[in-house]
Design a protein around this ligand. Structure first.
Ligand code: SF4
Length: 394
């Protein structure tokens, strides 16, 4: 099947502003039966998941027809990249035969409150990036744009009790919840939801996957809540290590991150490092793989950053070649015990699929210089490979 995907039958993403859709890769929003966006701020879970829009998408999937919202997956597959659709198809889903949904996994992004301004992040995933872009007049804040009050209200979608009340009707089949932010450890309301899952007797068949920036560690939550769930999987977002990590994840501190990683490990949680591969972090891959191999107890997942002004397609050709040379010299087969070689091949395919230096390098340099000047950072110290190619001209 060329277009079928199990996620429209079994999954829901609620993004940081409460928009609901079949997965994080989907372009567009689910609609309610009146044709309006299905928002967790104003709708219950079933209003959308059992609605006509979702059913129509499921009928398309059963007929193996393409859907325009799934174009990112089709494009990745055409370029030899393992799309989310392909990764999901490899999993053990029931055989879906009708347009009815069966909730198996849920991906909830709890607003945008965050304590970091990661260089690859966006205003919808970090309140501090939103503040910074408005202050500097870049990104969201271009042309003096300010965030309306309604946007801040949408970031608090998780206060809509009707959403959670309707969700309770789907908990029997639920097997996994991905909890993200913002920084989820700062969204205390979700701990109430976890407690309700425990009280209703569902925690034992649900695994939780946190994606956290690793700067906050709460021993009480671990001891009182997590032990009730079938499993708790912690994904820590971290690009590169040491001072390059600190540059990419400003103003996080590497030693604090490392201490928290080791505390999580000491509780026996399965751990993954989500490494966002951008122009800033490409050259940090080798040291990071060496480090995590020696550290033990973690796997590394490379996640490609696509933004035009920071992705790896914009690098000068000479830097792309330098990366490939370093890869040849430094590659260790032992790395394959902590990462998927196909992830590395995917990012190399992506890097070489287009060369956007001419169109995107100036925007990368300008944004980098503005952010460096504001944060007191220096790209050339964090990524010395840029010496001779990049200059802060502001
Ligand atoms: S095909 Fe891709 S975009 Fe569409 S629902 Fe599946 S994973 Fe999401």
């Amino acid at each position: 099947m060329k277009h079928f995907c199990p996620l429209p039958f079994s999954h829901m993403e609620v993004d940081p502003v409460g928009d609901m859709k079949p997965c994080c890769m989907y372009k567009g929003k689910a609609l309610d039966n009146q044709g309006k966006p299905g928002s967790a701020l104003t709708h219950g879970f079933s209003d959308v998941f059992n609605g006509e829009w979702y059913k129509e998408l499921r009928r398309k999937m059963l007929a193996d027809e393409p859907d325009d919202g799934c174009r990112s997956c089709y494009a990745e597959e055409a370029n030899g990249i393992q799309s989310r659709r392909l990764r999901e198809l490899a999993l053990n889903y029931p055989k879906f035969q009708t347009d009815e949904g069966l909730l198996i996994s849920l991906d909830i992004k709890l607003g945008n409150v965050c304590n970091l301004t990661c260089i690859i992040c966006n205003p919808f995933s970090s309140s501090r990036v939103l503040e910074e872009e408005i202050k500097l007049g870049i990104g969201y804040g271009t042309n003096g744009r300010k965030a309306p009050k309604s946007l801040y209200e949408r970031f608090k979608w998780y206060n809509n009790d009707e959403f959670w009340a309707q969700l309770e009707n789907h908990l029997g089949s639920l097997g996994r919840i991905d909890i993200m932010g913002g920084e989820p450890m700062l969204a205390k309301k979700h701990f109430v939801f976890l407690q309700r899952l425990i009280d209703a007797g569902h925690a034992g068949h649900i695994g939780i996957n946190y994606v956290t920036n690793g700067t906050i560690y709460s021993p009480e939550v671990i001891q009182n809540l997590y032990k009730n769930f079938e499993s708790v999987y912690i994904t820590l977002s971290a690009d590169a290590i040491g001072s390059t990590y600190e540059y990419a994840r400003h103003p996080a501190r590497w030693e604090q991150f490392l201490g928290n990683l080791r505390r999580y490990k000491s509780h026996g949680h399965a751990m993954t490092i989500s490494y966002s591969v951008s122009a800033y972090s490409l050259f940090g891959i080798f040291d990071a793989l060496d480090f995590y191999l020696a550290e033990g107890g973690v796997t590394v997942w490379f996640n490609i950053v696509y933004n035009e002004d920071r992705n790896i397609q914009l690098l000068p050709q000479a830097l792309k070649e330098k990366f490939m040379e370093q890869l040849k010299l430094r590659y260790k087969p032992e790395w394959e015990s902590i990462f998927m070689k196909s992830d590395l091949n995917s990012l190399i395919n992506y890097m070489n699929q287009e060369h956007t230096y001419e169109s995107s390098w100036p925007a990368f340099c300008k944004r980098t210089a503005i952010l460096d000047n504001n944060r007191g950072n220096n790209l050339l110290e964090a990524v010395p490979e840029f010496q001779g190619y990049y200059e802060n001209k502001l």
